[in-house]
Design a protein around this ligand. Sequence first.
Ligand code: AMP
Length: 171
Amino acid sequence: MEDLKAYIREVPDFPKPGILFYDITTLLQNPLALRMTVDRFVWFFAQKQVDKVVGIESRGFIFAPTVAYNLNAGFVPVRKPGKLPYHATRQSYDLEYGTDSIEMHNDAIQPGDQVLIVDDLIATGGTALAAAKMVESLGGKVAGFGFLIELTFLPGRQKLQGYEVESLIRY
Ligand code: AMP
């Protein structure tokens, strides 16, 4: 489990002073680490019925389509406001200072769809919870969350209490 950690590059003070950024590009460029990451995501949810895999812009887009392909599911992009061309639902969430929003096409989820939500990293859990609220507002059911990296010193997992939350690397 922790073997994948060796492929994560920690970049201090990016994108602003005081933030330690977990850079996954070093993992992505390694063929074995990339394969292990996708395979582990798939293994966590292989026993579940998954109809759609939601990927959160932008680094969620790196894994979600491949995980969807392997689970025989569809892929749904969750995007930053104003990027989706058709009728979309919007969900706001709190940041350290201020708020942010994400959007999903209204017809991306069908009532009763079992939905897996994938992102590269969970910090406070605000983005992931906002994605779950959108899925549920469209009649979908959240089958679980998959994150490459979990920051356990932040309350992300608590925010997603009641859901299955899987992570591959923990700090
Ligand atoms: P949160 O909503 O607080 O759980 O933040 C999660 C989102 O912010 C994910 O889409 C991550 O890609 C990004 N993120 C937050 N903190 C970091 C970090 N230290 N390094 C890399 N990405 C981060």
